[in-house]
Design a protein around this ligand. Sequence first.
Ligand code: SF4
Length: 377
Amino acid sequence: MQKSDVGIYIHIPFCKSKCFYCDFNSFHANNGEFEFYKNILIKEISSFEKLKNYNIKSIFIGGGTPTIIPEEYINEILEAIFNYNINRDAEITIEANPGTLTYEKLKNLKSFGINRLSIGVQSLNNKILKNIGRIHTKEEFLKNYEDAISVGFNNINLDLIFSLPDQKFSEWKDTLKNIISLNPKHISTYGLILEEGTKFYEMYQNGNLNLVDDYLDRKMYYYAKEILSINGYEQYEISNFAKSGFESKHNIIYWTMENYKGFGLGAHSYLDGIRSSNTTNFNKYLNSDGEISKLEDYKNILSEKDKIEEFMFLGLRLSKGISIEDFNKKFNKNIYDIYSDVIKNNLNKGLITVTDRIYLTEKGKDISNTVMADFLL
Ligand code: SF4
């Protein structure tokens, strides 16, 4: 029997300190905890024998800040995954933050088989970096980037955030221009979202946070789209831009509802129609001894309705949208029997384009959440 493809996500939940906007599953920990966590993680990976039935087409080590733990641990984790069937051309990404990288570390990560770096830059303005709680400066990032190139990484993503408190348009423009001049293969840009439980949220509640207005937020987004397009970056997803052939294979798995398996604290999976996630409780995870039954928190077998909604909701994030033929084949149904009115309404409003595919127009991308919510049944 032919094996299906799967992407692997590994969660490393540690960070040096908490950025002011961040509500991710990440926190400060010590060396002993790093080692203990790594050991449980490896047990979890090794005990998931079902993985033998798949071909691994991508690995994404995310966080948190995976580059905060000793790189030998990263190697051990990868070795545990390499015991399964891994495609020769698998994309293997690690998220990295300036302030936790050295030339030596980058060289080692490359030698372990990692072929893609995703660096959290956010801004190239030192004042802004400080005001959002980042641990690094522009100069540290530039040094890390130069080192990454010199050790042989040629597939690098740089993450940026716009609409940061007090951010001026000219500062965003400068960051983008300087980032583009480095010629990375992939750039992700996210508008700031104020999340509950973050330091920014608290500052906002106390009236101490000066957010940019909607007009400036859109102006920044449009500028990014324009300058990135002029410089050869195709917007293949709402927040993601890449040079041709360098779209993230791993992230595309999420948006096209292919199989992925997550390992580690709070990691999510979608495998053969079942969504599941691990506990977000650190002690519970450490006490599980890597036994799946003890660390899994949630499991949901998706109904057909769930699958249809997710297929539309996630697929519309991609610039090329969804294929009508794929939909009809996958669900053995005609898409117009389900979405005829929704398609007509959004088409009339100029929010989607319909050919043999359905995808968001530029206007639709602007209010993507509203359009996507329309496809909920
Ligand atoms: S480095 Fe990333 S994961 Fe860690 S606190 Fe900052 S934004 Fe959150």
